[in-house]
Ligand binder design. Structure first.
Ligand code: NAD
Ligand code: MG
Ligand code: MG
Length: 339
């Protein structure tokens, strides 16, 4: 697999384009601010009427436009609104308004790959998908680095889509840590798989079940919180920095032996079978259909599950303990008043 870096791209191509960032959430704020800091002269944030994000974007010196005006104005429209709203936003504000031969861009392949959006024939369609949460796309860039990006071209009507996509990827910081060229299909399926089984779904269930096992056995919730949630970061930092052996070097031999003998009892071949099932449901479009149906029904189950998680004792004890560790809250990645 070939990786691309700043030296492989014409970084300045994007600087003279009028770029409209649709949405100012996790990815939106990071793309808009990184592009601006990379020297893109005309970056506009496109928001719906009455959006609470307007103040946040303007306080960073960014210009805000309506969705329809921004679509007509832009050379590049980057769609960073929630996935479940992208198809209707495209229909109502983008499709009729983008100028001939301009570019439509995404940070995730779901809407294009599963045909929720059928893009206009004359447009270029590309993707720059940072492989990390938006708040880290911003903070890593500010540290002088960047989050690796996947880049893909779905439609190249102009013959220049790939060059512009590479240039865009560099401007959000991807050219510093590596850009991988892929397809909308592969990005979409691997991204959904990763977040469902390992990064978000798997990890959260692992943490919650560990916490419950200790507290149900009578251990104090504070101890259980430190052991099964707080320490996850300390361990993951070591893995992130130097791989699994690097982490094993730092932990005790006792911990390492326990890892080898007990880990496989927790995540076993049956878990892997179920991972394969999850992957199948993603590939067949079953998951996307289920999620879009959930959205059509007003996200009732989704919001209920969010509420239930918020009530879990690990969230309560966590809040109390984090308030006693003020350094954790300093320079927070997520500051809801700003991003
Ligand atoms: P988000 O939920 O954080 O933010 C969406 C933003 O869209 C809101 O903040 C708001 O400004 C705007 N918005 C909300 N409703 C709107 C409406 N009805 N009309 C117009 N604008 C509206 O979204 P996100 O997590 O940044 O995801 C954006 C895209 O980036 C998605 O395609 C997602 O898959 C992709 N992505 C996200 C991440 C991530 O870190 N969250 C990582 C990689 C790719
Ligand atoms: Mg995702
Ligand atoms: Mg220990």
């Amino acid at each position: 697999m070939k990786m691309f870096y700043e030296k492989d791209a014409n970084v300045s191509l994007i600087k003279d384009k009028k770029v409209a960032i649709f949405g100012y959430g996790s990815q939106g704020h990071a793309h808009a601010l990184n592009l601006k800091d990379s020297g893109v002269k005309n970056v506009v944030v496109a928001l719906r009427e009455g959006s609470s994000s307007k103040k946040k974007a303007e306080s960073e010196g960014l210009k805000v436009m309506s969705l329809s005006d921004a679509a007509a104005w832009a050379d590049v429209v980057m769609v960073l609104t929630p996935d479940e709203l992208q198809a209707s936003i495209y229909k109502n504000h983008i499709e009729q308004r983008m100028r001939q031969g301009t570019s439509l861009a995404f940070a995730h392949g779901l809407n294009i790959h599963f045909n929720l959006i059928n893009s206009r024939k004359d447009l270029d369609v590309f993707m720059v998908a940072p492989k990390g949460p938006g708040h880290l796309v911003r903070s890593e860039y500010q540290r002088g680095g960047g989050v690796p990006c996947l880049m893909a071209v779905h439609k190249d009507s102009s013959g220049k889509a790939r060059d512009l996509a590479m240039s865009y990827a560099c401007a959000v910081g991807g050219g510093r840590s590596g850009i991988i060229e892929t397809t909308f299909k592969d990005e979409c399926e691997t991204d959904l798989f990763g977040e469902q089984t390992v990064l978000c779904g798997g990890l959260v269930e692992l943490i919650k079940n560990g916490f419950e096992t200790l507290t149900e056995a009578g251990y104090p919730p504070e101890m259980a919180y430190f052991e099964t949630l707080h320490e996850v970061k300390l361990i993951v930092d070591l893995i992130y920095e130097g791989g699994i052996a690097n982490m094993n070097y730092s932990i005790s031999n006792t911990a390492e032996y326990g890892e080898y003998v007990s880990g496989k009892k927790i995540v076993d071949s049956k878990t892997k079978e179920r991972m394969k099932e999850v992957l199948k449901n993603i590939q067949s479009g079953k998951f996307t259909k289920q999620w879009m149906d959930e959205c059509k029904g007003g996200q009732k189950n989704f919001l209920k599950m969010r509420e239930e998680l918020a009530k879990h004792p690990i969230e309560k004890v966590g809040k109390k303990l984090r308030d006693l560790m003020p350094w954790i809250g300093k320079n927070k990645l997520v500051d809801k008043s700003k991003n």
